[in-house]
Design a protein around this ligand. Structure first.
Ligand SMILES: C[S@@+](CC[C@H](N)C(=O)[O-])C[C@H]1O[C@@H](n2cnc3c(N)ncnc32)[C@H](O)[C@@H]1O
Length: 349
């Protein structure tokens, strides 16, 4: 099986940052038999990019990668191009107000020469690239994802140094975070996740909150969709498409827009102090590429949920794309960031 962190990087989507790296790749066995390996080759479409969660691209424009042994029951995959496209909007949206209470908590850790941060569902690692340079002190990031292809990008483009210039090291772990145990988080100073909660079930979030509480570490869970969008100018179909998209997100028991409330409840039940802060994307003409892909995905998911909307939605999408091209469309996509400060446990952070 090809090790994602040692595979030659594909040219294109996420450039590696120059400079030294300390990267260790680990398959932690949380998902035995996942069985996928990464192969780079010409013209292979990756398939399975989640409708509504990212760009689907033009035929033939997909990344030149395929997953061996990927079957119909394998979980859906995220396109690195979509994660790259949203990274700067995510960075602009993240709630800085939650950082001070987090810094205070981390600064008060007893007898530590550095912190260990687990990023769950790390994708290509945008959370680490944002957070690591905003925290002082040496950091070791443990990047978790079930997609070895994304872990590869996360490893090669990992952050290099902390706010005060201290060393940042990285390891990757491939596995299913729905099966995370307190053991997997042993020694963790912080757990982070970004744009993840909405694709989990209530049970998975409960397991996750219990694992954090069991390890006694805080959690910073950012950019969970709130189920509200504002488009300017408004259109009579906006509300119906919003509802259909939200229903699509709730498919198969996933929490979608209910996730942040469920997480707040789950962490509170575990005795954590929970703080919430808005983190909206504010998309104007400067973010036209992201807005276009978001619009296509948003309308596409809504139509998948309610096929009878297709004809109206096609007209709607054309109109919205024309407004976007003319620099006349603004979109606010509401998200919420959550900081949960679990009670420290003996011998843990
Ligand atoms: C929307 S992407 C967000 C990626 C990244 N955190 C970011 O903000 O760019 C969700 C990520 O979670 C991963 N993921 C979803 N469910 C997972 C699970 N049960 N176990 C492990 N990874 C999962 C996906 O592979 C994907 O990389």
């Amino acid at each position: 099986m090809t090790n994602p962190a040692t595979t030659t990087q594909q040219s294109g989507a996420i450039p590696a940052q120059p400079g030294p790296r300390e990267v260790t790749a680990v398959t932690d066995g949380m998902t035995p038999g996942l069985g996928s390996s990464v192969e780079f080759g010409p013209g292979q479409a990756s398939g399975g990019v989640i409708p509504g969660a990212g760009p689907s691209g033009k035929p033939g424009s997909r990344p030149t990668v395929k997953l061996r042994e990927a079957g119909p029951d394998d979980p859906p995959r995220y396109a690195p191009e979509w994660l790259e496209l949203r990274e700067s909007a995510d960075a602009a949206a993240r709630a800085h107000d939650l950082l001070d209470p987090l810094r205070i908590r981390l600064a008060n850790l007893p007898g530590r020469s550095g912190v260990v941060i687990h990023d769950l569902g790390c994708g290509t690692g945008s959370m680490g690239r944002w957070l690591a340079p905003r925290l002082d002190g040496a950091q070791h990031w443990v990047l978790h994802d079930r997609d070895p292809y994304l872990l590869h990008f996360a490893a090669v483009a990992s952050p290099r140094s902390a706010a005060d210039g201290s060393r940042v090291s990285v390891e990757t772990r491939r596995g299913d975070i729905a099966r995370l145990t307190p053991d997997a988080l042993q020694g963790a100073s912080l757990v982070t996740a970004s744009a993840l909660l909405d694709v989990l079930t209530r049970e998975e979030i409960g397991t996750f909150a219990a694992a954090c509480a069991g390890a006694g570490c805080p959690a910073l869970l950012t950019l969970s969709v709130a189920g509200r969008v504002e488009l300017t100018p408004s259109h009579p179909l906006d509300a119906e498409l919003t509802q259909a998209f939200n229903d699509h997100q709730r498919r198969d028991g996933l929490l979608g827009p209910d996730a942040v409330t469920a997480a707040a409840e789950a962490f509170s039940e575990q005795g954590a102090t929970v703080r919430l802060h808005p983190s909206p994307w504010r998309l104007g003409p400067e973010q036209a590429a992201l807005t276009e892909q978001w619009l296509r995905g948003w309308v596409g998911a809504a139509v998948e949920e309610r096929p009878e909307l297709r004809a109206e939605a096609d007209v709607y999408l054309s109109k919205r794309l024309a407004e976007l091209a003319a620099g006349e469309l603004r979109v606010t996509v509401h998200h919420v960031d959550l900081l949960a400060l679990s009670r420290p446990v003996d011998g843990a952070s």
